[in-house]
Design a protein around this ligand. Structure first.
Ligand code: 1CP
Length: 357
């Protein structure tokens, strides 16, 4: 189906077409749990310099594929490159998470916000997509991604990550919903352009990471997160050179709202590990595929326990296509890479009986 791909299992599963085994990739599959990643990051100087150097971003994107027979590659970048290109000044303080020099606190700054040109300030990301596609040479498909407007707004307003539910952002949501909606509107335009530019540059599927949507009330989730993701999905190029470009929506903590997420027209929904995958499948029916569900910290257990947990999730999903195996959130930096070997092997081996006609 997909031109020039040696392994299209991942794309086929997203479109619920038959596969020989369940495809698998891992959120944050390139990262600090790999010593070779740490070495390349050192060469680059910093995480941001690594993101901004297409040759090195290509190198780290391919590193996990050299070790494990994963069924997809994901662009090495970060969701916060977009607000950085909007002028907020992204930096990483040593040993801490991401921060912005100029968070959005004043009405004047919010009203001045504009969507960046993806082939301008973000050209380094598109260059990385083009270079990764060349280096992959059709081995597996390449996933492009963005943060959801709401998740990006959390960092843009708060100015950094938050251990206690982004209180500054929540205050704006309840006090000045008009201002938050303005940020979300501009950001939606920015990330729609950004994903379409990634598709033009060669991304073969895209994922929207809505890491913080799950901390909202259902009413606020609909108004401040889901409606903007629906707008993005409607604005994407879903066809490129005759191939469908599947869209995955991942709201961490969104397990209660799967029916509503499926209704926005995405091809697949990401599941964290708190959801029972059998019930999730029954609820969404044949509307969308499902991705994920393995607790990232279960990778700390022994290979035999990892294998049994993989078996439990595969059995829960049951017969047929429509499941992309993944973690329910990013892989921890303290994960032993040998345990990832056990996970990928178990998925490919144990899933085969579920795909026999
Ligand atoms: O020190 C380092 O080397 C940086 C660690 C790191 C890495 C490896 C960060 C900083 N970002 C990344 C890469 C990254 N981030 C990818 C690459 C592709 C992959 O292999 O999956 C992706 C898709 C992301 C997405 C991302 N960044 C999200 C959404 C998904 C999620 O994990 O929830 C979020 C919230 C971020 C912000 C961010 N960037 C980095 C960190 C440590 C964080 C999280 C901060 C926080 O918890 O608030």
């Amino acid at each position: 189906m997909t031109t020039n791909l040696k392994n299209d299992r991942f794309l086929r599963a997203l479109l619920r077409q038959p596969v020989d085994k369940t495809p698998v990739w891992l959120m944050r599959q390139a990262g600090r749990y790999l010593p070779e990643y740490c070495a390349t990051r050192k060469t680059a100087g910093s995480f941001l310099q690594l993101c901004k150097n297409p040759a090195l971003a290509t190198e780290v994107t391919l590193q996990p594929l050299e070790r494990f027979p994963l069924d997809a590659a994901i662009l090495f970048s970060d969701i916060l490159t977009v607000p950085d290109a909007m002028g907020l000044g992204l930096y990483f303080a040593e040993g801490e998470g991401p921060k912005f020099e100029r968070p959005l606190r004043h009405e004047k700054d919010i009203l001045n916000l504009a969507a960046p040109d993806p082939e301008g300030e973000l050209k380094y990301v598109m260059d990385a997509v083009r270079e990764i596609r060349r280096a992959l040479d059709g081995r597996v498909p390449l996933i492009g991604f963005t943060g959801s407007p709401f998740t990006l707004a959390c960092y843009m307003v708060e100015g950094e990550g938050s251990g206690d539910g982004f209180p500054t952002t929540k205050t704006m949501l309840y006090n000045r919903p008009d201002l938050l909606h303005h940020i979300l509107k501009v950001t939606t335009k920015a990330v729609t352009n950004y994903l379409n530019a990634q598709i033009d540059a060669g991304a073969q599927a895209v994922q929207i990471f809505d890491t913080w949507g799950g901390m909202l009330s259902l009413d606020a989730y609909r108004k401040f997160s889901l409606s903007y993701m629906a707008e993005i999905v409607a604005g994407l190029k879903r066809n490129k050179d005759g191939n469908v470009i599947p869209v995955i929506v991942f709201t961490k903590g969104g397990g209660q709202w799967l029916e509503e997420i499926a209704a926005i027209g995405c091809d697949a929904i990401g599941l964290d590990w708190t959801v029972d995958i059998a019930s999730a499948r029954a609820r969404v029916g044949d509307k969308v595929a499902l991705q994920g569900n393995f607790d990232p910290l279960a990778l700390f257990a022994e290979p035999a326990a990892i294998r049994s947990e993989v078996g439990r999730i595969l059995t829960g999903f049951g017969q047929g296509s429509g499941h992309v195996f993944n973690l329910g959130h990013g892989i921890s930096q303290h994960t032993n890479p040998e345990h990832v070997v056990a996970l990928v092997e178990a998925v490919h081996e144990l899933s085969q009986p579920f795909h026999q006609a």
